[in-house]
Design a protein around this ligand. Sequence first.
Ligand code: CAP
Ligand code: MG
Length: 456
Amino acid sequence: YEAGVIPYKKMGYWDADYTVKESDVLCLFRVTPQPGVDPIEAAAAIAGESSTATWTVVWTDLLTACDVYRAKAYFVEEVPNTQNEFFAFIAYECDLFEEGSIANLTASIIGNVFGFKAVKCLRLEDMRIPYAYLKTFIGPAAGVIVERERLDVFGRPLLGATVKPKLGLSGKNYGRVVYEGLKGGLDFLKDDENINSQPFMRWRERYLYVMEGVNKAAAKTGAVKGSYLNVTAATMEDMYERAEFAKQIGSVIIMIDLVIGYTAIQSMCIWGRKNDTIVHLHRAGHSSYTRQKNHGVNFRVICKWMRMSGVDHIHAGTVVGKLEGDPNAVKGFYDTLLLTTLKENRQLGIFFDMDWASLRKCMPVASGGIHCGQMHQLTHLLGEDVVLQFGGGTIGHPDGIQSGATANRVALECMVLAKNEGRDYLKEGVDILKTAAKDCRPLQTALDLWKAITFD
Ligand code: CAP
Ligand code: MG
């Protein structure tokens, strides 16, 4: 090839006859080319920039196994019901990626291509991670089954709540919220994503009072209780120190925010595995790049990276709450986290068959504006393996936090019972809740207050 701007398509970054290998990493991008740019050329350019290419021909290519290392765009199709949007399928040789490294995988796949001038918008919709590469990741240490065994809770979703207000409580008041919520019937309370170590409450104050609440509630109810202690901090040193202290004082679970970054997430998961501590991940920040339909990264892909990294819990949406969530897409996230093998299902946004190579399941967490009046819909949409978390929907109860927790627990138990009895609990949901509320004043109060709130 002549020196000058690289002819991606001609140079082998497009190969319509390519036979996908079992060991290839596959990506599906949604591409919106700039006006006048051929979609196949755009796909080839993405394959080039996310694997071996730069903007011009480099002769040092010939010193490498460049035919193997070039990613190959192998199929492009129009996205139904759109204008100028295309699905581009690209295959990458597995050896392009360091074993066990989300940072390395992402530095290639989403490194530069999203800023490419040839594309107007670009979205990474899905990835097929091959079995061989998955085997180099640890996956969740506890996952669903071991977490249930540790808590001794089976046959129902777990119940939690985020302490509110988000900011400003002192340690002692914070611990009181935790105690009352747990005594009222929740399995977990949790820190909010932006509770770390602010002047109004330093982390040690919070941890000590929270654990006092957890221990008192566990003694009172005879159940295993927990509260996610957010260890998110400025540096790994700080995070390890906080996690060590949480473990020392008996916490069964720690929490991290997605914003700490992939390397830190993986390190904290290794720590959690070594210390038998469940790792909860709050997806703080994700919607800044997952929400636009034509640009960014689909949250389904983040689910895959996080299950590979080894988080035991991840926030994955609710459909009916205060935050955006399309039912099919959310089902696709839950399946990605909970199934052992995935089958292509475009309606759910799953583009590839994938065997999870025995990596454990990751528990989805539903929160954001949900309340007990939606329990039938939540049970129907989200199934059994999920943590349902009601922040405002617990702490906002007019009769107090314990009543808020009890309303949620009773609503959940009566819905699970109705389901087990084979009733059409979705259709009869409102009546089932009303009947249960006759014997449960906290539930009656909650239904009266929140029944009309749907966020539609
Ligand atoms: C929930 C929450 C969570 C969001 C995150 C909040 O509180 O603590 O951060 O649910 O959303 O601050 O909104 P409420 P997602 O229960 O009071 O709404 O799980 O979708 O990532
Ligand atoms: Mg929050």
